[in-house]
Structure formats: structure tokens, C-alpha cells
Design a protein around this ligand. Structure first.
Ligand SMILES: CC(C)(COP(=O)(O)OP(=O)(O)OC[C@H]1O[C@@H](n2cnc3c(N)ncnc32)[C@H](O)[C@@H]1OP(=O)(O)O)[C@@H](O)C(=O)NCCC(=O)NCCS
Length: 158
């Protein structure tokens, strides 16, 4: 998969020269953002790293990894001013198309139990809650108190 087009954004494989924009999106989206080293390691490890561009400017991205049978969505984020416009859905659809080609299912993820926007997004995209990890994240959004992780997954069978 080199380049896939879905209106209103173009989806492509992430490149190293996307990283400045990606890191900025991540910084504005995640209270505990990945560092440049995390992104470089993900690219080197061959993870599925997709970028969404609008008029050639990066506005969102996702990172996932294919496992033996299934796959894990590690990160997805969209610039705040571009949200609620289908960008994350387009990224997710591109990922799912690729995972189906690879025969991977289900797609699972962890999300902060307090991240209502993301949970609403996943539930609207057919992810179901499969478990809870108590006190999983070291730093909750409210300070030092730990935060639970909600486990979700979506089967990808054709
Ligand atoms: C979660 C996130 C990636 C969604 O990106 P997006 O481009 O806005 O998503 P889409 O436009 O494709 O889909 C939006 C849908 O998700 C749900 N949704 C998203 N934000 C929502 C909110 N604030 N309230 C209710 N539903 C919401 C709705 O179903 C919405 O559809 P609608 O606009 O037709 O009602 C984005 O909010 C984001 O970057 N958040 C910060 C990073 C993050 O939390 N990532 C997930 C970590 S696990």
C-alpha cells in the first residue's frame, strides 16, 4: 500500500519527513505524548504508520502493529481544528482495509477510561468494550492519580 485516497483527506504511509508535523499533532492531542524516538522506533519496527493530509498538510495519523493473528491500534490523533470531519474514520478505514488484506483480526486497543471523545469514536466505529485494567496509566489527566484503561476490540472478518 503506497497511497490511498479517501475524501476529504489523502492517506499515505508515514515518512520520516512527516515527523515534525506528526509530533506536533501528538503533542496537541495526548496528555502524555510519544517522543520523536518512539515514532522513529515505530517506523523502524515496520508498524503500520499512516498519515492523513489535507491540501498536502498533515492533519492526523495512526500507528498500529500487526501481531501473529490480530492487530493493535497504538495511537490515533487528529489536529483539534480538523476533528469531527471524518479524518480519523478515514484513517481507521485505511488501516482496516490493510489488516483485512493481511488476514488479521480482531483489532484491539486500550484507551483511557476518561477519554470520552475517543470512546465515543470507537463505539461509533463498531468497537466493543472487552475489559478494564484498573489503575493502568501512571498519570491520569487529573494529576498524579492513576487512570483505568478500557480495553476494546472490533472483529475484522470480511
Ligand atoms: C478520537 C479522535 C481521533 C477522533 O478524530 P475525528 O477525526 O474527530 O473523528 P471522526 O470525525 O472520523 O469521527 C467522529 C465521530 O467520533 C465520535 N466522536 C468524536 N468526538 C466526539 C465527541 N467529542 N463527542 C461525541 N462523539 C464524538 C462521533 O461518533 C463522531 O461522529 P459525528 O461527528 O458524526 O458525531 C480525535 O478526537 C482525537 O484526536 N482525540 C485526541 C487523541 C485521542 O484521544 N486518541 C485516541 C487515544 S486511544
Amino acid at each position: 500500500m503506497s497511497e490511498l485516497s479517501f475524501a476529504p483527506v489523502d492517506i499515505a504511509l508515514m515518512r520520516e519527513d512527516d515527523l515534525d508535523s506528526i509530533i506536533e499533532i501528538e503533542r496537541r492531542s495526548n496528555p502524555h505524548p510519544w517522543t520523536e524516538a518512539h515514532f522513529r522506533n515505530a517506523l523502524r519496527a515496520g508498524y503500520l504508520c499512516l498519515v492523513a493530509r489535507e491540501h498536502n498538510v498533515a492533519v492526523g495519523f495512526l500507528i498500529a502493529r500487526a501481531l501473529v493473528d490480530d492487530a493493535e491500534l497504538l495511537l490515533i490523533a487528529v489536529l483539534p481544528q480538523t476533528r469531527r470531519n471524518g479524518c480519523a474514520t478515514t484513517l481507521l478505514n485505511a488501516l482496516i482495509a490493510r489488516l483485512k488484506e493481511l488476514g488479521k483480526s480482531p483489532l484491539h486497543l486500550e484507551v483511557r477510561a476518561g477519554n470520552r471523545e475517543a470512546i465515543a469514536f470507537y463505539e461509533a466505529r463498531q468497537f466493543r468494550r472487552t475489559g478494564l485494567r484498573k489503575n493502568y496509566y501512571p498519570n491520569g489527566v487529573l494529576g498524579n492519580q492513576r487512570e483505568d484503561a478500557l480495553l476494546m476490540q472490533r472483529p475484522l472478518a470480511a
